[in-house]
Design a protein around this ligand. Structure first.
Ligand SMILES: NC(=O)c1ccc[n+]([C@@H]2O[C@H](COP(=O)([O-])OP(=O)(O)OC[C@H]3O[C@@H](n4cnc5c(N)ncnc54)[C@H](OP(=O)(O)O)[C@@H]3O)[C@@H](O)[C@H]2O)c1
Length: 446
């Protein structure tokens, strides 16, 4: 097992120095995998299902149910007859009770708040760094006796943190794996983990689409600590002996019923900044809309978890039918003009490199919040060194299409949905007409 100092900093380099050194970053990834796989070499015997799981009613441990995706999944699970109980495990908060946090999230997403009074629901609070996640002995025993499924959705959605800052979440995941391994119904237990397409950040596009299986070479995950940490968990899960699936989820957008799309995410932030710059960006190839609405992701995950087929190790979840980004961005512009009552010639669409130049100029003048975050995001995800647009990685989607009716029936994202996003952002006060730059792009106001 690697020692702690190697994990923290192989060859004594800081995280920022490592950023430029793929070899050391791959070493850090491997070191974290080795540290948190320790003991899993005593693999449990592989469980064969012969196509059948003997579970009439599911008892599910769901993490991250205070979040956007987790709350959608919670609402769906509580509505299903075949779900007997949901243990919703979240970290503690000193400011609000666990019920208050769920109510706020359910209201924000227009989910049915009355579901939170369901007798099927049990709230649990835990900590990644504590033994057994800080759960009491009696609760741990109850979970060991009852669980048939773990849906691990909790994670910090932040592309700017180094791998080391995700270590406690990897540790917490290992505790969940240990819990699942010790369950009485392990033969039937399924473990689904919300990974991300960012595990393929450095995928060599000449290899074709990113496959729906474990990719053993850590170099393809290098890019940001978030994606690297998700890849670390994939590799640990692959050694766990559990019936586990990594869900490599692509960009989630607002979905039904109210278009809710968290205002801390990069795309809403870009729309917000675009208003202040006075120009919108054309999507071109950078996001030729493979985004998948939140409600569809939630129900795809449930389709996979409840499938009567065997679960494969990996399911890539992106929108199977792409929407033309030009139509999407024009729809966004029309919607912003309508909802914010802007002059009809507002917000011309310009290319991403041009938009980025205006952003950079504003950054030099220090006039916008979020600039550093956005500049880094664009640099790392959209533009190559020569300022040309980077093509996104393609993902094989056959497992999701085979296992999920939701994915098969999904209609492309359209301007009606774009309208819902805008209405949600305007209603929350995140977008206001007074933000519009009225002079030279990127210069006026503020
Ligand atoms: N949104 C996307 O486009 C997208 C794309 C690919 C994959 N995913 C994955 O999908 C999952 C859900 O994403 P989301 O959009 O619903 O994110 P979200 O709204 O930010 O929710 C994240 C959830 O994780 C919890 N969490 C965050 N950091 C934690 C920590 N250090 N320890 C314990 N719990 C923590 C949050 O708890 P608090 O309420 O206490 O903060 C919340 O319940 C995540 O695993 C994410 O990586 C999301």
């Amino acid at each position: 097992m690697p020692n702690k100092s190697k994990l923290d900093s192989p060859s004594g380099l800081s995280d920022s120095q490592h950023a430029a050194d793929p070899l050391h970053r791959a070493e850090m990834i491997e070191a974290m995998i080795a540290k948190y796989s320790s003991g899993l070499e005593y693999a449990l015997p592989k469980v064969e299902h012969n196509g059948e799981r003997h579970v009439a009613a599911e008892t599910i441990l769901l993490t991250g149910s205070t979040g956007n995706l987790g709350s959608e999944i919670l609402a769906s699970l509580l509505s299903k007859d075949r779900v007997r109980r949901v243990y919703a495990l979240n970290r503690r908060s000193s400011s609000f009770t666990i019920m208050e946090r769920h109510k706020v999230r359910f209201e924000d997403r227009a989910l049915d708040v009355s579901l939170l009074s369901s007798p099927k629901l049990v709230f649990l609070e835990g900590e990644n760094d504590l033994p057994d996640l800080g759960l009491s002995g009696s609760i741990t025993k109850e979970l060991q006796q009852e669980l048939t499924m773990v849906l691990h959705m909790a994670w910090t959605l932040n592309f700017n943190m180094p791998l080391s800052s995700f270590e406690s979440q990897v540790k917490g995941t290992r505790s969940l794996i240990d819990l699942a391994r010790s369950c009485e119904r392990r033969a039937d237990l399924r473990f689904l983990f919300a990974a991300s397409v960012t595990v393929a950040h450095a995928w060599d596009r000449s290899n074709g689409p990113y496959p729906e299986k474990l990719v053993m070479d850590a170099k393809y995950a290098i890019g940001n600590g978030y994606g690297e940490s998700k890849y670390v968990v994939e590799r640990i899960l692959a050694k766990s002996g559990l019936d586990a699936t990594s869900l490599r989820i692509g960009q989630i957008c607002g979905g039904e019923p109210n278009g809710a799309w968290s205002t801390s995410e990069w795309f809403p932030v870009m729309v917000n900044v675009s208003l202040s710059l006075g120009v919108l960006f054309e999507a071109e190839t950078v996001f030729d809309c493979r985004w998948i609405p939140m409600d569809a992701v939630s129900s795809t995950i449930i389709d996979v978890g409840f499938t009567s087929d065997d679960m494969p190790f990996a399911v890539n979840i992106e929108h199977p039918y792409r929407a033309p980004s030009v139509i999407l961005m024009q729809g966004l512009r029309n919607s912003l003009i309508r909802e914010l009552r802007l002059p009809s010639n507002s917000l011309p669409l310009i290319s991403v490199p041009e938009w980025n130049k205006i952003l950079q100029r504003s950054a030099e003048e220090h006039i916008f919040p979020h600039i550093d975050f956005l500049a880094k995001f664009i640099r790392e995800n959209w533009l190559k060194a020569d300022n040309e647009v980077e093509l996104p990685v393609d993902f094989a989607l056959s497992n999701g299409m085979r296992l999920s009716k939701t994915m098969r029936k999904l209609k492309p994202v359209d301007t009606d949905l774009v309208d819902k996003w805008v209405k949600y952002w305007v209603a929350s006060g995140f977008l206001r007409s007074s933000m519009l730059c009225k002079g030279q792009p990127g210069r006026a106001r503020l």
